[in-house]
Design a protein around this ligand. Structure first.
Ligand code: SIN
Length: 293
């Protein structure tokens, strides 16, 4: 993999040192690139502004953050999500009864599929895709069911300067139709007449950190605009393979009542469905984002 520049070390940057000490939470990195476990907070209690701001800062610095032993109710989960913005309603997936913003994540012995099995960014087919996703897993299989997360900052930074120049200014189509049509029929969710489709920059600038991130994913991106179809296919194939380099990843092992909060603007993720016929179950609350720049 061409991620090294001579003998000067990796082209991609490590997550920055904390810009200031954390007072109200603890932050324990999983890797130098992505992921940190947060301690010292009980999300079943109302969160003060300082803890909220520090969690937001930890998310910006580490891209995906994890909480353990959070025995929260759906109402507390929704309230936690609302601290970070308006909540997003999934265009296709089933939700808890009467709670459109509480998406069900569930797989068991009868499931023909599980959520998020391929690398993707949540609902990138929306004009304004979700900023972040907050997944609370209540029931875990005895082993398996991990989620992998990958830094799209690192993926972008590790590209060659020539590839960066080539991608500059390109946009790509992200289409929900092939992903969602019929996907949730087994769970009783009727198909919508149309699903979202949007055109986004291939490289986006994060509105908080100012860092550039690769923004194409196997799940939703169908083609790069303005180049021949075969060239688009080849470039996307290269970018997907590049973005899936384990150097850019962390892997989270769930326990009952763990939470993962990831930033969809700079992270892709993939859920492992390696635990059939066991059950894995929880809810996802998704925070609305902005149009990618
Ligand atoms: C998803 O939100 O894509 C599902 C992730 C997971 O179940 O780990």
């Amino acid at each position: 993999m061409n991620v090294l520049r001579g003998n000067q070390g990796p082209r991609y940057r490590h997550a920055p040192e904390a810009s200031a000490p954390y007072d109200s939470i603890t932050v324990d990195r999983l890797t130098p690139i992505i992921g940190a476990e947060i301690g010292g907070v009980d999300l079943s209690e109302p969160l003060g502004n300082r803890a909220r701001d520090e969690i937001q800062r930890a998310l910006a610095e580490h891209l995906v953050i994890f909480f353990r032993d959070q025995d929260i109710t759906p109402a507390q989960h929704l309230a936690f999500g609302r601290l970070f913005g308006e909540l997003h309603v999934h265009p296709a997936a089933p939700h808890a009864p009467g709670e459109p913003e509480l998406m069900i994540i569930h797989a068991d012995a009868n499931s023909p599929r599980a959520n998020g099995e391929g690398w993707h960014t949540d609902v990138s087919c929306d004009e304004a895709p979700p900023m972040g996703s907050i997944l609370h897993i209540r029931t875990c299989p005895p082993t398996g069911g991990d989620t992998l997360f990958a830094s799209m900052y690192a993926a972008y930074e590790a590209l060659s300067d020539r590839m960066k120049a080539y991608l500059e200014g390109l946009t790509a189509i992200h289409d929900g139709e092939p992903v969602y049509r019929g996907t949730y029929a087994n769970l009783g969710a009727a198909d919508k007449p149309v699903y979202p489709r949007a055109e986004h920059p291939v490289v986006r600038t994060h509105p908080v950190t100012g860092r550039r991130a690769l923004y194409v994913n196997r799940g939703f991106t169908t083609r790069i605009v303005g180049i021949p179809a075969d060239e688009s296919e080849a470039i996307l194939g290269y970018l997907y393979e590049h973005a899936e380099n384990p150097l850019f990843q962390c892997r989270f092992r769930w326990r009952a009542n763990s939470i993962a909060f990831w930033d969809n603007r700079c992270v892709q993720h993939r859920a492992m469905w390696d635990y059939w016929p066991q059950t894995r179950s929880g809810h996802r609350v998704t925070v609305q984002g902005e149009r990618p720049l």
